[in-house]
Design a protein around this ligand. Structure first.
Ligand code: MN
Length: 229
């Protein structure tokens, strides 16, 4: 098939331990999925359940590459997150079957232009300018479930800047568990193989500055590294 213009290449991520690539379809992100983070953002997690927003697939920045400080913002925040990579799609997926849809896991950062997001919240506007900008989705290689299994609930999720810990929690503090997220999302969208889900960030989000070395990880999955330039 010929196309009238050159199509942009599809975003892919390395699959750890192989020469194969994971083709990224869509990027779903869960908002306020750790109670302490919901509180630090001024919300009551007992009254407001988590929710979803999206980033474009080509917002992916592979771990190890520099993160270019984005235009139009002077308050860019880090949000370390466990990333679920779907191997199978579907709609109305029951929670009991949800884990079978996972190909693997990665570690990502939901980079956020907090000033633009704050303006959007105030005006009742969409979050895209705050959340869905270029390079806003750093991510490690994908690690297959067949290789690492599913991460333990007790696994630590953490982020440090220039060696200083900024975020630290455990995966079992997620308000919506991974199967709940997949099942709920699949009731709103027909999920596709290749979809990524950024599952939410724990407390301790804050601003990054040019020159910062950022390291973040989920124990048992991987460590993400990027430098802000
Ligand atoms: Mn987030």
């Amino acid at each position: 098939m010929s196309t009238v213009i050159d199509a942009a290449p599809r975003t892919t991520l390395e699959v750890a331990g192989t020469t194969d690539r994971f083709p990224v379809a869509r990027i779903y992100c869960v908002g306020r999925n750790y109670a302490e983070h919901a509180r630090e953002m001024g919300h009551d997690p007992d009254r407001e359940p988590p929710f979803f927003f999206m980033k474009p697939a080509d917002a992916i920045l592979p771990s190890g590459e520099d993160f270019p400080y984005p235009v139009a913002s002077s308050n860019v925040h880090h949000e370390i997150e466990l990333v679920v990579a779907l191997g199978k799609g579907g709609k109305d997926i029951p929670e009991a079957d949800a884990m079978d849809h996972i190909y693997g896991y990665g570690v990502g950062i939901d980079m956020t232009r907090r000033d633009l997001q704050g303006e959007a919240k105030k005006m009742g506007r969409p979050w895209d300018t705050g959340k869905a900008f270029d390079h806003s989705a750093p991510c490690t290689k994908i690690h297959a479930v067949s290789d690492i299994g599913h991460p333990d609930g007790s696994a630590a999720i953490w982020l440090e800047i220039d060696g200083e810990t900024k975020q630290k929690s455990e995966l079992d503090k997620l308000i919506w568990s991974i199967p709940e997220v997949i099942s709920y999302l699949s009731g709103l969208f027909e999920l596709q193989p290749g979809d990524l889900i950024y599952t939410g960030t724990p407390a301790g989000v804050g601003a990054v500055q040019r020159g910062n070395a950022i390291r973040g990880g989920v124990d048992g999955v991987d460590i993400l590294e990027t430098k802000v330039v």
